[in-house]
Design a protein around this ligand. Sequence first.
Ligand SMILES: [Zn+2]
Length: 275
Amino acid sequence: MSKRIDRQKMRERMRKRADERRSSGGTYHIQLPDGVEFMSLDEGRNFLDFLPYEVTGKYHPDEIPAGELWVRRPYRMHRNIGPENRRIICLTSFGKSCPVCEERAKLTAEGADKSILGALRPQERELYVVADKGSAKVLDTSYYNFGAKLDEEVSYRDDDTALFWDLEEGFTVEIRMSEEKFAGKTYLEATRVDFEERKDLSDKFSESEIKLDDCLVELTAEQVQALLHGMDTPPPFEMDEEDDDSESRSRSRERDDEDEEQEEEPRTTRRRRRR
Ligand SMILES: [Zn+2]
């Protein structure tokens, strides 16, 4: 049999794959606007100036209507999806049913192995906008290792610090991150939260620095199915054929996985932050 190949087809496929990688940076779940960077947390003391952001999505897990200001964008993430071990945003983060969660429910009913169920369990995470050295950055963090501690402190105190993220009257939040170990993994966990007076930030920042809802990459149920079952399918990002230089539109980066967190429990203890 001759080894004739359809060069045109191959060329197109190569280009498509290269574009996918170039535009996605190898990750498919968070895309930051051009020029915006992730904020990272260090072990020890971190001084964070949280900024409000304008909710733009139709659905918000904290039930915040579009157009209002809020401090965080909670989301769920599935990791290790399909043969390429992709991280994807659980579609329940957008108020939709999620094929991965449905698969997990089915497997649970069938009495599947704990490790399989654990691998499919979504992790509770959050995005925040934080002012850092004059620019707004995105903090992407685990709810249980970070947000839960912040919630606990805000619930405990009954003062103005609940609005620590207010531009004018907010507070600098000092968060101590400590190294914890669980199941052979090391990760950072917030172990102490303090609030300090800070300056009015409204002359340097606005409430619309970064639209966090838009940073979460929402796949269709079909795309999630395809990834889950390892099928060769259209890329998760629909590329405009004309817009070849999609890299310039937005950037997406994979952070080092410093947050190898412990097995998470269902988010039943979560408290709503008062406004
Ligand atoms: Zn899900």
